[in-house]
Design a protein around this ligand. Sequence first.
Ligand code: BGC
Length: 314
Amino acid sequence: MVIGIDLGGMSAKAAVMRNGVLEGKCSVATSAEDTPQETAAKLARLALDVAEKAGKKFEEIEAIGIGSPGAIDSSAGVVVSWTNFYWTNVELASLVSKFSGKRVCVLNDANAAALGEARYGAGAKYSDSVLVTLGTGVGGGIMIGGKLFEGYKSAGAEIGHMIIRQDGELCTCGRKGCFERYASAGALIRATQRAMSANPESGLWRFASALDAVNGRTAFLASAEGDCTAKKVIADYIAALGEGIVNLINVLRPQAIILGGGVANEGENLLAPLREFVRPRIYAADYAPIDIVRAVLGNDAGLYGAAVFAEERE
Ligand code: BGC
């Protein structure tokens, strides 16, 4: 029995996993203002709470797996760099281990989601798949031959930081034009807000009464009602997301691209136009066709994957 934790910029979620079933899900708010020590203490507390909620004795828990954003040294359990939280070389595994008394493993959050989907979700029928998470940032997880590919020193699969527009928008990583500046949920929100400011007559205002009420759904909702400004926001978003995905396909040629994160909840409203954008642009499209599908574990993918990672690392 292991605990999986999905650490994010707004919250950390956790669950006990036993024989592939998640139990006792809990979450706690996280903040960039907390020190790494404070965050680690919160995560250890969360592990205790989740075991209790699942009705398990904490002694029965063998290990804790944590999926964290950023470049992770997964063999040492160190968050090497997480720019959104300004973390550098945070020894997260040993800190959480100190507070909880358990063996702790850490891997990248999107890698965890890819592993979770591969073992228990949309990736189960493919040996080669790439999971793309569309949340605050854009994360990537690459499965090759049924195994998680983490790259040298587990720093790979940072797909959110491939450049899709030279000299484009400045990213938190310090470079300009990163994929995540255009394809994340945050990017979609910023684009929606810009469109609203420029078009006071747009129907978008019916779905968000103020700019700070905009979320990742606003433009999709207004677009479904036929609003032209919203349609343009969505078309631009899909074009940016599509360009990045075409690049991923041309380099890795997986059997499937699996989309996760909040924006993927749009389902076919996102996937159908995305497939239409991607298909004619991939190299030798007919020779090795690609499935573009939605993650099925939703917010739980990272929990499954973190737990699986802790289990498989024994
Ligand atoms: C980070 C990745 C992370 C992704 C999703 C990106 O900004 O660089 O490491 O996987 O966000 O959280």
